[in-house]
Design a protein around this ligand. Structure first.
Ligand SMILES: C[S@@+](CC[C@H](N)C(=O)[O-])C[C@H]1O[C@@H](n2cnc3c(N)ncnc32)[C@H](O)[C@@H]1O
Length: 214
């Protein structure tokens, strides 16, 4: 029997066919509105994942609609930290969205899938990606100065609070810390963390955006 072709919807997705069609149309429209190098990367990554039967990388990566919101929130930040690399799709998208941008990404595990997608970058773009493996859930004790942070890691309350507290001093005035999967019933820890931190930010769909005062 042939292997099912991996697609955008997770195996436990319970959406009706009509709702799926609506989501696909939204993702296609969002893809078309992403910066061209980002959209081109995303399509190539998706094709490669499908060719390799790599369902996991498709499942964990930000979708085009989420990417649009994220790229807009992070604007032209020249130095970005991502917490939660996974297969590095968003790492690559953040890198390609702005020429010259340096992207540092942390993960507790060096997921081997990431090399497959980092290989889609040119050598010059790949040189702007800096990967940091921190087994044991430890963030950097001395985070480098950055202009924006994207938190997309364990989604657990304690870790999300600790990650914000670690990075907040390292963010430049006017910079942004964005939390993925906010107000999502599947990830209550993110919403609880934002509440516990007492942040005054803005929810943009499932992205919570906090801006550091100037
Ligand atoms: C949802 S995936 C990240 C997806 C990725 N940002 C993207 O959009 O393609 C979550 C990742 O966070 C990592 N992770 C879990 N706990 C972590 C922690 N404490 N610090 C850093 N990364 C962590 C996992 O290993 C996993 O790769």
């Amino acid at each position: 029997m042939g292997r099912a072709r991996p697609h955008l919807f997770r195996s436990d997705d319970e959406r009706s066919p009509v709702e799926r069609a609506r989501r696909l149309a939204l993702q296609a429209a969002s893809l078309a509105r992403l910066p061209r190098p980002v959209a081109a990367f995303w399509v190539r990554a998706m094709r490669r994942a499908q060719a390799e039967g790599d369902t996991w990388s498709i499942d964990v990566a930000c979708r085009p609609a989420e990417l649009r919101v994220l790229l807009d929130a992070l604007a032209d930040a020249p130095r970005i930290a991502e917490v939660g690399t996974a297969a590095a799709w968003t790492t690559c998208c953040l890198t390609l969205a702005r020429p010259g941008r340096e992207v540092h990404s942390w993960d507790v595990e060096a997921h081997p899938e990431r090399e497959r997608y980092l290989a889609l970058l040119s050598a010059a773009d790949r040189a702007r990606v800096h990967l940091h493996d921190r087994p044991g859930g430890l963030g950097p004790s001395d985070p480098p100065p950055v202009d924006a942070v994207f938190i997309d890691s364990s989604h657990e309350l304690e870790e999300t609070v600790a990650t914000f507290r670690t990075w907040q001093p390292a963010v430049s005035p006017g910079g942004v810390i964005a939390f993925h999967d906010y107000a999502d019933d599947a990830y209550p820890g993110v919403t609880e963390a934002v509440r516990e931190l007492g942040l005054q930010g803005e929810a943009r769909g499932h992205l919570y955006v906090w801006r550091k005062p100037r």
